[in-house]
Write a protein that binds this ligand. Structure first.
Ligand SMILES: Nc1ncnc2c1ncn2[C@@H]1O[C@H](COP(=O)(O)OP(=O)(O)O)[C@@H](O)[C@H]1O
Ligand SMILES: [Mg+2]
Length: 298
């Protein structure tokens, strides 16, 4: 419940907000987990932060947008038969394809359906937007686990989300790829605000130092703001959890990586929810389709 909102509604956008309120539709936090480079921990962070957010009462949906590898399924030890392409073809509803992970975390298996998003006919577009608006009411956070690289589809996912989290680890290639990704989104699409999580760092202090290293370069050459969302230490328990196909926050909840991930989830939970037009899940899908059909992307 938000305090301090005006009681009277005077203009059209207030009216639209009123209709949403009457329909009990509320803003959804849409977060892209990105990196530029593969293997830095995006999928592990997406799954574990998703579960940690569920643990503090958020209803979370995780979209697996890493088309190359069905990583999320493997980490959770679940093997879905259907994916987003079955929603696009009208064979299944979104609720039918979603699989349930620990603590009620729901996963949308993306696979090939994701790529087709921009090639839909107008009717198909309307039906996919409708499919998403149906789950709108019982979801608080949508996390989008993106693929590595800076392909058009990764860029489109990031642009369509309200919050962009860039994951970096202390390797020159990770830093240069993160920088290149931020630069591209800033220069070509005017995005200027990014969250950063440092991963696989020896200590939390070193995680902060790594963030400062990246921040120094972006401050110098780009007009962007980086916000530190936290550090996740390198942790053998996380690797063990991957082998057991159990998220570390569930399998080893007292491990140092699990504690760090829970802290990050608490921090994310305290970010203000953007309740303007862009803060709804239908808008995310609309933007996905719109950006996907633009030809000027990389
Ligand atoms: N904090 C960490 N500590 C130890 N190993 C990690 C950590 N984060 C990720 N890993 C390992 O790195 C590998 C890549 O992680 P993944 O989440 O699949 O990366 P991405 O999705 O960015 O490609 C995994 O095998 C995982 O076990
Ligand atoms: Mg991945």
């Amino acid at each position: 419940m938000k305090l301090g909102q005006p009681k009277a509604m005077h203009n059209q956008s207030d009216q639209a907000a009123g209709i949403r309120k009457m329909n009990k539709i509320k803003p959804v936090r849409v977060i892209a987990i990105t990196s530029g480079k593969g293997g830095v921990g995006k999928t592990n962070l997406s799954v574990n932060i998703g579960i940690a957010l569920s643990q503090i009462g958020q209803r979370v949906v995780l979209m697996d947008a890493d088309m190359g590898l069905a990583n999320v399924d493997i980490l959770l030890g679940v093997y879905p038969t259907f994916n987003l392409s079955h929603v696009l073809s009208g064979e299944k509803s979104l609720n039918e394809i979603m699989i349930e992970g620990p603590l009620g975390l729901r996963v949308i298996p993306g696979a090939s359906g994701i790529q087709k998003m921009s090639e839909l006919s107008t009717i198909e577009q309307a039906s996919v937007i409708h499919a998403f608006s149906e789950i709108d009411q019982d979801i608080d956070v949508l996390i989008v686990d993106t693929a590595a690289g800076i392909s058009a589809s990764v860029v489109n996912f990031a642009r369509a989300c309200q919050e962009i989290v860039v994951v970096v680890c202390d390797e020159p290639t990770s830093l240069t790829d993160a920088y290149a990704f931020i630069k591209l989104l800033n220069r070509d699409y005017g995005l200027s605000s990014f969250h950063v999580i440092t991963n696989m760092v020896p200590t939390l202090q070193q995680g902060q130092t790594l963030f400062q290293k990246l921040n120094k370069v972006t401050d110098r050459y780009l007009d962007v703001t980086l916000k530190f969302a936290g550090a996740v230490p390198y942790d053998e328990y996380l690797r063990k959890a991957v082998q057991k196909q159990t998220p570390v926050v569930v399998g080893f909840p007292r491990s140092k990586s699990a504690l760090a991930l829970k802290m990050i989830a608490t921090r994310i939970d305290s970010w203000p929810v953007k309740s303007q037009a862009g803060g709804y899940i239908e808008f995310f899908i609309e933007r996905m389709i719109q950006y996907g059909s633009q030809k000027d992307t990389v």
